[in-house]
Design a protein around this ligand. Sequence first.
Ligand code: DXP
Ligand SMILES: NCC(=O)COP(=O)(O)O
Length: 237
Amino acid sequence: MTKLSVNINKIATLRNSRGGNEPNVVRFAKDAQRFGAEGITIHPRPDERHIRYQDAYDLKSEVYTEYNIEGNPIAKFMDMVLEIKPTQVTLVPDAVDAITSNAGWDTIKHRDFLVETIKEFKNNGIRTSIFVDPVLKQIEGAKETGTDRIELYTEAYAHQYGFGNKDAIQPYFECAELANNLGLGVNAGHDLSLDNIRFFKENIPGLLEVSIGHALISESLYLGAENVIQMYLHKLK
Ligand SMILES: CC(=O)[C@@H](O)[C@H](O)COP(=O)(O)O
Ligand SMILES: NCC(=O)COP(=O)(O)O
């Protein structure tokens, strides 16, 4: 079974554009879960341009599905995650000024840092996942870090699928198969959408969770959030 985790960053982007508290991220998270979402994802960035650290705290008592917090484990982020204790933390190696995530970890170069960081989260009962490119040696490196799961960075797949290039799934298939064999759980995310999700799901063995934000919120403007979440759940069956 593949769980759908709804990334609500974009709700905060809209809210922040006017000040005030509309749309309300806690209300949206509650509604998304009521509509069937099996998790809520947030990715607070150091400049807090969308989800703010305070939102992460406000959501804690309202997320009764899986709470996934993504981000670069700088000190402020680590303190916040260790205090909130979400279901899962996903480590993403973003530069401070990144517009959006644009690369996975080099799990070989940053092995020692990842080992230490992951140990700290796991000692606090938080499941860990690390964002990686679909490269076999990075999956082998991920295994060495002690992480529970990987999150496959799907931007390249989504982009190529949009051009009709279905072969773009191949490195993801191979990496997922390797991860399964190594005992690593497999998550995926970035630019997944109603158009490309079914083919991805059908071809990735043991896909445990997808986190989807930008497309899902955009599609919801046209079709409504309840419809859209139901459509994803149907495609993920
Ligand atoms: C790791 C990942 O792919 C997502 O968390 C994505 O980066 C969302 O972040 P933004 O909403 O800031 O684009
Ligand atoms: N981890 C990926 C995520 O949470 C959402 O990414 P996107 O759908 O906004 O590209």
